[in-house]
Write a protein of this length. Sequence first.
Length: 318
Amino acid sequence: MAVQHLSPALRAPASSRPYPMANPGYGKRSAPDQQPRCSADFMLLPLRERNIAGFIDQLPDGAAMDVKGLAKQLPLYGQQAVGSALKALSVAGYLRRVRCLVTGEGGQVRWVFRTFWSRTARDNEWWGALMAAEVRRAAVPEPVPVAAPAAPVVPEQRAQEPEPVAEGHSPAYAALAQLGRVDARLALSAADCAVLEPLAAEWFTRGVDADYLVRALVAGLPAGVGSPVGLVRRRLTDKIPPQVPTAPVPPAPGAPVRRVMMECTKCGVPGRAEALPDGLCRACREPGQGATDDAAELPAERDVRTYVAGLRDLLKAP
């Protein structure tokens, strides 16, 4: 008999307002071939991950999946706890972050960010096959999603409203100058911005905007930043998106050119699925070598890794 009531730990918290939806093309995407929902879902996960997974599982497709938005709906957990839980859920095989480059009519280029969610935990090979299928599907022309005029702006796709560019300065310079207002640890002087401007400008040639650049630079900062200009220079070099390939034939109107990549659940660095096992880049996969992982999340992650090891054994069993 079908389960009518889920465990209270998995029930989404009641709210007088509906959960915010991302703009069309963004947000949550349900992965295919999932098992029916039941009360035993996520019960082997640690309590925090179990509660957050149960909440996400009940969200509709297209719901906003940014850390800040989720934390607003989960009063028991702050942004840092939600971010750590999403990383653990990625390791456990429940989600992957994906970005899709869309070039629409008039040559307008933008990134579409999606979080693929599976109620059934999957291994890296399954997620790699799903990403390969998404790449093939993306090659088929489809209308570019157009945001409705009244759609809410969510942090996942726009961290903040773009600020006007000061006279005489490029958009790249302006984006660097506003880093300190987003996070004081990355405050740069005018001289620093001028030195880093060419590196930031290269990001703009690869299809990103100022909001995306700022979001990528401030994600996953260590607790202490000794040299803001040095850290920003390193991130501008290491996290730059791949070069957008030039299409040999211009696309027909309404037929966008798209490119799909997975991105690290923790820091957002892009890459192919095989380069991001468990949905994480190497730096985020090895907490002992990075300064961004807090010690408080390590016990929960060990529990998740033990759980994942058991899942993989089951997946390999005949």
